[in-house]
Design a protein around this ligand. Sequence first.
Ligand code: NAP
Length: 357
Amino acid sequence: MMALHIQENVPLAPLTTFKTGGPARFFCTAKSEGELRQAIEFARSRRIPFFVLGGGSNVLIPDRGFFGLAIKNEIKVTQFIERREEVSLVAGAGENWDALVAMTVQKNLYGLENLSGIPGTVGAAPIQNIGAYGVEVADVLSHVDVFDAEEMKEKRFDVQECMFSYRNSLFKSAHGKRFIITAVGFVLKKEGQCRIHYKDLALAFNDTRENITPQKIRSAVLEIRKQKFPDLTECGTAGSFFKNPIIDEAEYLNLVSRYRELPGYPEKNGKIKIPLAWILDKVCLLKGYRKGNVGLFSNQPLVVVNYGNATTEEIINFTREVSQKVFEAAGLTIESEVRILGEIDLQFATQVIHSSS
Ligand code: NAP
């Protein structure tokens, strides 16, 4: 086996879509499970923490950088297996998410089309259970293959074991950080029903409800996203920064008594999801709010944008201020969807180091 190429003091900002943060003390790419294993062994032998980077579209790197090993997951493979009415797809964690969606749509397969245009890698998709326009990745997933960095062996999780919920999974929890996703399995349908119940998508198909194909859904989603979300090639952002709050009915009714037009979407557990963008816009009057180099995107206030040379600290301070304003105006505690590299990762790394000693 070839020795892994470990680089030193590698800037991480260009590898993230926010374009902020300092360098990694050590850096390598892992193109196979073997290389991943070698990378983790390197970190263990030096007793340093490590973290795994995908497309860098959901992470904020501290300005001081990362004193351990950053591993860029570039495990690539795509395999389609024909079944009777379905097609099984296995994709490597380092594959580009949207390129994979485009490939499935080209084959006229149903399942991933609503998730078009989302930046990042395949491996990142199950971590936060990416979702858009009424579809979550958990809906079409069959399994997730991981490398367990604590037991140093491969494992497979089925959908139940992944503990998916709204923008959340086992892999986001402190316990789940030990599992590094290497491949994801999907079940796609040859014939299916396209989901267009979200308002923007329904509007796009207003006149033509017949013959809606995955390709047509993809084109519509890409067009809607182009109007509403910033272009990653033009400014730094990680898409939606905050999660939509999911609250009890009593809390929702209390808010509706003050804000009659507040939308609410019932969840399976009896709770109600409210669009934070509405609260930011109509209650906090923060649509387009900007402070220095950081702001809420004018077309969609859930999206935080680095307009120039913002630092990670500026972004964190800005989002804390926004959270505070939401709490003061609406009494809601909001959570970040973007992962801020820090405490939880370092705690995990320490656990890994201890368990190997
Ligand atoms: P939108 O359609 O204006 O809707 C606002 C929010 O209300 C959405 O976040 C959505 O929750 C919820 N919602 C709307 N219609 C719903 C329905 N029929 N049933 C249940 N919930 C409904 O949202 P948008 O900002 O333009 O975004 C469009 C979609 O792309 C959303 O699904 C959004 O989550 C997704 N998106 C995700 C990211 C990301 O970074 N994760 C970035 C951009 C967009 P849901 O979030 O549960 O869908």
